[in-house]
Write a protein that binds this ligand. Structure first.
Ligand code: NAP
Length: 304
């Protein structure tokens, strides 16, 4: 039996593992793909306190090595469900059923899709959800970025260094990104903002050739020839498998406040997967610490 099972090995899960194992808890991290989560597709992180600049993969590796050094176990296994047996929980994976006193869900969130014609067919053939992973395939070519948040503007700036032209397509007439990103975008000559347009369809025979847009007020249609479309329209939590044990909000995030406590005693939620205002590495890491400390208190109470 484990003291705590952590689901997900992004900054929240690995920080939880550092705090839990350092506090002497028997801790198992379960991760379905690779450790690091979203930061592994970020070339440079420069807003993590005390670290001036670091590659995303390097920060992920540091976190992983630190967690393992304190004794956390790590298995590549996909979690299928959690069973709440009252005092104890059972975490079911394809291979195993693990009994544990507490669970910290830190499974992050995935990139949202546009849900328009052509998107599924041309995904991987010019449609991408990760500029840092696929941008270099479009060196000196024309690309589009959809979205108006931090990710879209960061990705547009990154692509502007590689590609000839970057059309930044946003459905409103103002961005929701941070001011310094908006200023940089406005200063970058080869980023061409297309505001107040929503994507209608993406077309192409074998790969992306164009994107068709519609003006939100006039309904005027506009087709832009492009070699790629980078979709950066936000995050989608994947918490259906947990919906029988913890309450979710209307967008699918696990309902938990700054204490990381969920509606189920002994299950905690940390990082992007929970309801919160600011989804950042630093807030994910902070959640990891809070959730692990809350798990320790819960275990101490169980044993009193
Ligand atoms: P986001 O902030 O939720 O922005 C999503 C953008 O996509 C919004 O501009 C939204 O438009 C647009 N959008 C949503 N659905 C759409 C649709 N169906 N069609 C067209 N446009 C659509 O998402 P994000 O940029 O991925 O960021 C996620 C979180 O990570 C945020 O909390 C963000 O602050 C954080 N983040 C921070 C940094 C950083 O600080 N360096 C970097 C990346 C991400 P509306 O504006 O009209 O809603």
């Amino acid at each position: 039996m484990f003291d705590v099972i952590i689901i997900g090995a992004g900054p929240a899960g690995l920080s939880a593992a550092i705090y839990a194992s350092r506090a002497g808890l028997d801790c198992l991290i379960l991760e379905s793909t690779m450790y690091g989560g979203q930061i592994t597709s970020t070339p440079e992180v420069e807003n993590y306190p005390s670290v001036k600049k670091i590659a995303g993969w390097e920060l992920a590796d540091n976190l992983y090595q630190q967690a393992i050094s304190f004794g956390a176990e790590f298995n590549f296994e996909e979690v299928k469900s959690i069973i709440d047996d009252g005092q104890l929980k059972t975490v079911i994976t394809a291979e195993n059923a693990y009994v544990t006193k507490t669970v910290i869900i830190a499974n992050g969130a995935k990139r949202k899709h546009l849900g328009i014609d052509g998107e599924d067919d041309l995904s991987g053939k010019g449609i991408s959800y990760c500029a840092y992973c696929d941008g270099s395939f479009f060196k000196d070519r024309t690309v589009c970025v959809c979205g108006g948040g931090n990710t879209a503007l960061e990705d547009a700036l990154y692509l502007s260094n590689i590609c000839k032209n970057v059309y930044l397509i946003h459905r409103r007439n103002e961005y929701r990104a941070q001011k310094h990103l908006i200023d940089s975008v406005n200063r970058t000559e080869n980023i061409k903002p297309i505001l107040s347009y929503i994507p209608l369809k993406i077309s192409g025979e074998k790969s992306v050739e164009s994107i068709t847009l519609k003006h939100v007020e006039t309904n005027e249609e506009l087709t832009i020839e492009t070699d790629a479309v980078f979709v950066c329209i936000g995050l989608l939590p994947e918490n259906k498998i947990f919906s029988e044990v913890v309450e979710l909000d209307e967008n699918g995030y696990i309902i938990a406040d700054e204490t990381c406590k969920t509606s189920c005693d002994g299950i905690f939620a940390a990082g992007d997967t929970r309801t919160k205002e600011l989804r950042q590495i630093v807030t994910a890491a902070s959640d990891g610490a809070v959730a692990a400390t809350a798990a320790l208190s819960y275990i101490n109470q169980m044993e009193d």
